[in-house]
Design a protein around this ligand. Structure first.
Ligand code: NAD
Length: 501
């Protein structure tokens, strides 16, 4: 196919998809491996509910082999002890190969998780390559420290890689979240064993092939697909894993802490769920706010950890804001993910779709009112689609105001005063992100400082870059992905004190 991916129509994408033979085997020590006992599980596409391929169902013995390969490479120094500029060169080459493979990677991502192909191309693959390139640059730019001492001593504070990092990731942004962990862990010389979510293993396996082609030594990056309670648990409990870097639900995040406590006290970093609020004051630019609010909840079908899923709006402007959100939602086409005009695709699987529809029904039973959407869509495709939905008249005690729905469902509540708005916004067990919308920058300053969240936007939503840390407060987890800060969590500090006489 000679046209650029941006020029492909649905037919072109379907032809490419038909030609793809997804690889479902694990990737260990630089080679594809079936599970040692030969077990597989079926990977289903949410686009149409049909099987995509069989995937290796890794269990303890496969995880043992992957961790042993990662440890052997770490101890050999083949990666850890290479010249920094060589590590940079290999990681930059890895980023180039990701860019060159955009069609295949984007298709694997879209077929596996049902997101629009234009997003897989323009956001997921693009950000994944940018992320590896961003961290590659640190290889020969990170300095260690010399501590202040007396004249006869030299105290060097060195940053050393931890060793073997287990990355356990969810299905909503498989490429992006995997590379946030990979880039920051690999650049200082760690080895990585990645456990993709069972719903979305394909792009991770492809990433490992590309890393190997770029020159990463075998064993430095391994992928063990499998079920959470099997491969995931075996990895998080493994005595030779130095750290688990987890992104997923708060419920499984709690298990990570337990597994670490019951095994080798490995370090744990957790990026968990959210119920992020927008606080919209009466003087806000409602068109701008509605635009950001709609995209902030309907992008990726609301399967975004920092989706702005709660709106707290000053009561006199509530109806106007909902009308504006409905106007924007009407422009966000729900459809087949391989159709380039589609901006909202499928939810990850039938169970999750039913869970989302259950939340909507539960909200209505509790007294909320459906102001937009609320139904399953495109049933004839066999896939899992839900309309862009707004629930009005939500009260703070309702489940739809408190629990993470992880779908295209916005819960709207009103407030009368600034203190009331702030109390309601912070009245959540989560603290991933928040936004304040107002024309008064004094109010914006005050409220943004008082909101409890890892990121607070002022008159914006979802503006970010690799240069800013991402992660949460409270049950949204701890530890940060992105930015130089993420590198620190994959390193230990060692002091080497030399006395000169
Ligand atoms: P999940 O917690 O069910 O699964 C995440 C990963 O953990 C998967 O790889 C899964 O196989 C594994 N896992 C499940 N049970 C396990 C166990 N017992 N032991 C070890 N591993 C296990 O989450 P999900 O449904 O894949 O993803 C959705 C959740 O992820 C949402 O709550 C969302 O908010 C969260 N998320 C958070 C962020 C963030 O950066 N804060 C980003 C994306 C998603």
């Amino acid at each position: 196919m000679s046209a650029s991916p941006a020029q492909h129509d649905r037919r072109a994408w379907e032809q490419l998809a038909a030609a793809i033979r997804p690889e479902g085997r694990a990737f260990v020590a630089g080679r594809h491996q079936p599970a040692l006992d030969g077990a597989t599980f079926e990977d289903i596409s949410p686009i149409n509910g049909r099987p995509l391929c069989q995937v290796a169902r890794c269990r303890t013995q496969d995880v043992d082999a992957a961790v042993a390969a990662a440890r052997a490479t770490f101890e050999s120094g083949l990666w850890r002890a290479t010249e920094p500029r060589e590590r940079k060169r290999i990681l930059r080459r890895f980023a180039e190969l990701i860019r060159a493979d955009v069609e295949r990677l984007a298709l694997l991502e879209t077929l596996d998780v049902g997101k629009p192909i234009v997003d897989s191309v323009g956001v997921d693959v693009a950000n994944c390559a940018d992320c590896i390139e961003y961290y590659a640059e640190f290889a020969d730019k990170l300095y260690d420290e010399v501590a202040p001492t007396g004249p006869s001593d030299l105290a060097v504070v060195r940053r050393e890689p931890l060793g073997v990092i287990a990355a356990i990731v969810p299905w909503n942004y498989p490429l992006i979240i995997s590379t946030w962990k990979l880039g920051a862990a690999l650049v200082t010389g760690n080895s990585v064993v990645l456990k993709p979510a069972e719903q979305s293993p394909l792009s991770a396996i492809r990433l490992a092939e590309l890393a190997c082609e770029a020159g990463l030594p075998p064993g430095a990056f391994n992928v063990v697909p499998g079920l959470g309670e099997e491969a995931g648990q075996a990895l998080a409990r493994h005595a030779d894993v130095d750290m688990v870097s987890f992104t997923g639900s708060t419920e499984v995040g709690r298990l990570m802490l337990r597994y670490a406590g019951e095994s080798n006290l490995k370090r744990v970093a957790l990026e968990c769920g959210g119920k992020s609020p927008h606080v919209v004051f009466a003087d806000a630019d409602l068109r701008a706010a509605a635009d950001a609010i709609a995209w902030g909840i309907y992008y990726n079908s609301g399967e975004t950890c920092h989706a702005g899923s709660r709106v707290l709006v000053s009561s006199p402007v509530k109806d106007a804001l909902i009308a504006e959100i409905a106007r924007v939602a009407a422009t966000i086409t729900l459809g087949h993910p391989l159709e380039p005009a589609t901006r909202m695709g499928a939810l990850i699987d039938r169970g999750h779709m039913q869970r989302v529809l259950g939340y909507i029904a539960g909200g209505v039973a509790d007294g909320a009112q459906v102001a937009l959407g609320g139904r399953q869509a495109l049933e004839e495709t066999g896939g899992f689609y839900v309309e862009a939905t707004v629930l009005d008249r939500v009260r703070p005690d309702m489940k739809v105001a408190r629990e993470e729905i992880f779908g295209p469902v916005l819960s709207v509540m009103t407030f009368e005063t600034e203190p009331e708005a702030l109390r309601a916004a912070n009245d959540s067990s989560f603290g991933l992100a928040a936004a304040v919308w107002t024309a008064d920058m004094t109010v914006a300053h005050r409220v943004s400082r008082a909101l409890r969240g890892g990121t607070v936007w002022v008159n914006a939503w979802d503006r970010s870059s690799m240069a800013t840390p991402f992660g949460g407060f409270k049950l949204s987890g701890f530890g940060r992905d992105r930015s130089p800060h993420a590198i620190d969590k994959y390193c230990d500090l060692k002091t080497i004190w030399t006395a000169y006489r």
